[in-house]
Design a protein around this ligand. Sequence first.
Ligand SMILES: Nc1ncnc2c1ncn2[C@@H]1O[C@H](COP(=O)(O)OP(=O)(O)OP(=O)(O)O)[C@@H](O)[C@H]1O
Length: 267
Amino acid sequence: MKLEVAGLCFAYSKSSRQVLNDISFSVAEGDLLAVLGPNGVGKSTMFRCILGFLRNYQGTIRLNGVDIKTLDHKEIAKHIAYIPQSTHPVFNYTVLDVVLMGLTNQVNLLAAPNQKHVDEAYLAMESLGIGHLRNAGYGEISGGERQLALIARALVQKAKILIMDEPTANLDYGNQFRVMCRISDLAKEGYLIILSTHNPDHAFLYANRTLMIHGGRVIADGAPEKVLDAQLIKNVYGVDVHIEDYAYGSRRHKLCIPIDGGVGKHD
Ligand SMILES: Nc1ncnc2c1ncn2[C@@H]1O[C@H](COP(=O)(O)OP(=O)(O)OP(=O)(O)O)[C@@H](O)[C@H]1O
């Protein structure tokens, strides 16, 4: 499984500014790519291009060597699943109902799902530790549990590329940790994961690749510990940080610590 983005440029209209400006990167099976960049730099826009929602871009996006523009939405959905930010639902479906919606590109859900489908959905929920919530109302579970339900929905879709828009947005500290650990496990199982986050530590702790987008361009691409440094964080976010080496047992990684509150002193 390989996804290659080359020279991607996009503007929402002819008269509006170029949101994406020559974005190039490629990722493969087992990669967990953390896409960083300030609000409004175009992370979600880039995801919409990759997912085939936006097609009037320049450049190419190749899925296993095939230009994604030649694939219809159903074909893309066989390979790529999108996990949006979890929002509070309007209708109170059960968690199982929501997870079963991931099957829409494989079966006609206007017919009742059969036992095989229900078992598949249940297995996906179990693998994410939310099997016990199958009959709970989707509107009555926590934000972290809802995010895991959306990931379970993507797993039953059987796509091997998972694109996640800020999977930890609005989650408390514990749920951020639980959700990111599950995502990291999925990458170890061979899924190709691309997620956006506003926290550089998510890149340090869980990702093997990071992409920093700023001004519509990729300004850093590589292993987080190699490409994310204090000067880059300062340039992009205007925050003074110290990048600390951290060791706990056999674990070694870096962490981003704001200096003196991080802002104000040097601006
Ligand atoms: N449907 C749209 N029509 C016109 N402009 C849009 C549309 N969606 C997004 N934009 C603009 O495109 C730019 C990039 O937005 P996008 O949502 O991709 O950024 P982002 O990096 O995901 O931001 P955030 O981190 O805040 O979620 C912004 O200036 C935004 O206002």
